[in-house]
Write a protein that binds this ligand. Structure first.
Ligand code: NAP
Length: 248
């Protein structure tokens, strides 16, 4: 087991990529706290996990990552409940796609608030404990859209490019405390987020992917396990693309 007895927090962990990362972490021996906005799906997910991994501790916190007070309160609670925090995965994210001329300031702000400010808020809340422990792993879920851009996604691309700059800066701040901070930039992964895309658009995307297929949540979760584990001890400030070669 690569994460035996670790304590991990996964934001947006009740669905999609975050759910799969939580599942992989549990199967590798970590306890997991899922933080998500949907009470119903979050509760269903952790009930499923409790059944599948009865030896592991798994808890759900109904928390909006863009709400500083709620995140701080919940992360303090997780620390006192588990006694440590080894891994934070900032996965919660949204899209509100529109061409710039049609995009409202609110659509822009909301995406930045959750995807970028939410990452800042969660990192700020856990890093206090990781610094005290002199160890920790932070994994920020960015996107290849933050590297190459995409028409109709100025807000999303800006938030995900911001996550990359944030990751590199925080990696420099925390490396001497034995805390590694890395980002994963997925390409197009089969989840509810990409399910809403038009079928013809999806075919076009697949044509642009050298591997010839969309990614799976497992493809991303395996990289998250690697970055959370001892196999990546000397890796910090990196961005790992999981995109089948799409953004080479
Ligand atoms: P998803 O299926 O839409 O799941 C996102 C999860 O985040 C949901 O459980 C959602 O809750 C939760 N969430 C949304 N806003 C939140 C908030 N303010 N606080 C806490 N939780 C919140 O998305 P996904 O496809 O798994 O994507 C996960 C991450 O990977 C995102 O950061 C996304 O940008 C990134 N990514 C995805 C792809 C892809 O192709 N799917 C590609 C590149 C990057 P609700 O269910 O209640 O909304």
């Amino acid at each position: 087991m690569k994460l035996k007895d670790k304590v991990s927090i996964v934001t947006g962990g009740s669905r999609g990529i975050g759910r799969e990362i939580s599942r992989f972490f549990l199967s590798e021996g970590s306890d997991v706290a899922v933080m998500d906005v949907s009470e119903k799906e979050g509760t269903e997910t952790i009930n499923f996990f409790k059944h599948e991994y009865p030896d592991r501790k798994v808890v759900f916190y109904n928390s909006d990552v863009s709400d500083f007070d709620s995140v701080e309160k919940n992360i303090n609670d997780i620390y006192y409940q588990f006694g440590r925090i080894d891994v934070l995965v900032n996965n919660a994210g949204i899209t509100k796609d529109n061409l710039l001329l049609r995009m409202s300031p609110d659509e822009f702000r909301k995406v930045i608030d959750i995807n970028l400010t939410g990452t800042f808020i969660c990192c700020k809340a856990v890093s206090r404990y990781m610094v005290k422990q002199k160890s920790g792993r932070i994994i920020n879920i960015s996107s290849v859209i933050g590297i190459r851009g995409n028409a109709g996604q100025c807000n999303y691309a800006a938030s995900k490019a911001g996550v990359i700059g944030f990751t590199k800066s925080l990696a420099r701040e925390l490396a001497s405390r034995n805390i590694n901070v890395n980002a994963i930039a997925p390409g197009f992964i089969k989840t509810d987020m990409t399910e809403k895309l038009d079928a013809r658009y999806k075919d076009k995307i697949i044509e642009m992917i050298p591997s010839g297929r969309l990614g799976t949540t497992q493809d991303v979760a395996k990289a998250a396990v690697f970055l959370a584990s001892g196999y990546s001890d000397y890796i910090t400030g990196s961005v790992i693309k999981i995109d089948g070669g799409m953004a080479i």
